[in-house]
Write a protein that binds this ligand. Structure first.
Ligand code: PPE
Length: 307
């Protein structure tokens, strides 16, 4: 993990403000009760300037998170779209991670967030490979968490709510304290769900699979991109639940996510995965890279150029 490097501007409640002025009060409601939704979006350098990857899909998910949580956003999707593109230009960056966030603001305490004003901000900063550039190349060592993924009956995993990330943080800290790079969380039925901040894919006998949305996961936009790319390559694919032991017996495993990109998993709880070569993972990494860099005309519509 790399420390945040201060940038020029943050979009906050409708205007671009200097980085150091994007502040909130310590009694901000969302800080106490987790009533905060967010997104993570990447903008990449391309030959035609900075391009935001699948901005519309990320905004859709943001609006759906708000809907699930009865959060009334004071900005509509076109204002948020504009905020993201303005922000990239205002900061004069070509490679960045964008973080839209909305939360119950300062005003009331107590458990009914609807009494508080909703604040919305978008910040960006340069963020390198989430699980390290070595992880992207050589793969990471993962462990199955003793923490169960938050159940959809308690906290809806398809809403990207800050509260879900308390569960993620427990799993992440447990994994790193035990000397692993990342965790894999099972759901309350003991089926594989996802990583603390990534979806998971498995390859066995050239068949790619990933747990369905009903397994209690965030429906990743990288996950969706991987599925579409695999389909175009004629790679056999299925959405299916799988169990802990099917992780150990996989030929390949990888994480997918905006922050993580496509990161191979080379070991789970001391069992090496496959022969360590991960050929299909490598193929998908290459295809994904071409798309985000604007080199795949089939997916030009996934990019929003900011210049
Ligand atoms: N599951 C979870 C729980 C998750 O947080 C993410 C993204 C994904 C799956 C993959 O979704 P997508 O990015 O749309 O492919 N995690 C974000 C937060 C990371 C963080 O530490 O903050 C991310 O990758 O931006």
């Amino acid at each position: 993990m790399v420390a945040i490097r201060a940038q020029k501007k943050i979009w906050m409640d409708g205007k671009l403000v200097p980085w150091d002025e994007a502040r909130v009060h310590v009694l901000t409601h969302g800080l106490h009760y987790g009533y905060t939704i967010f997104e993570g979006i990447r903008c990449h350098r391309t030959d035609r300037g900075p391009a935001i990857f699948r901005l519309d899909e990320h905004l859709d998910r943001f609006l759906n998170s708000a809907k699930i949580y009865r959060m009334r956003l004071p900005f509509d999707r076109s204002a948020l779209h504009q905020a993201c593109t303005d922000l990239v230009r205002a900061n004069d960056v070509d490679e960045a991670y964008l973080r839209p966030v909305a939360f119950s603001g300062y005003g009331e305490m107590g458990l009914d967030p609807t009494k508080c004003p909703v604040q919305v901000a978008v910040a960006l900063w340069p963020w390198g490979a989430y699980l390290g550039s070595e992880g992207v190349e050589k793969g990471v060592r993962a462990t199955i968490s003793s923490w169960v993924r938050n159940d959809a009956r308690s906290l809806p995993p398809q809403a990207k709510c800050a509260a879900n990330y308390a569960n993620s943080a427990l799993a992440k800290m447990e994994a790193t304290a035990a000397g692993y790079e990342e965790a894999i969380l099972l759901n309350s039925e003991g089926k594989v769900a996802e990583g603390p901040g990534e979806n998971i894919f498995r390859v066995r006998d050239r068949v790619l699979s990933t747990p369905p949305a009903s397994s209690g996961i965030l429906r990743g936009i990288t996950r969706d991109s991987v599925i579409q790319l695999a389909h175009e390559q004629g790679i056999a694919f299925q959405r299916t639940d799988f169990t802990r032991e099917e992780l150990f017996t996989a030929d390949e495993l990888f994480y997918s996510g905006t922050a993580a990109g496509i990161t191979p998993i080379r070991e789970v709880d001391g069992r090496p995965i496959g022969d360590g070569k991960h050929p299909l993972t490598r193929e998908l990494q290459g295809l994904y890279e071409a798309v985000i860099r604007g080199r795949d005309p089939r997916h030009a519509s996934w990019l929003t150029y900011t210049n």
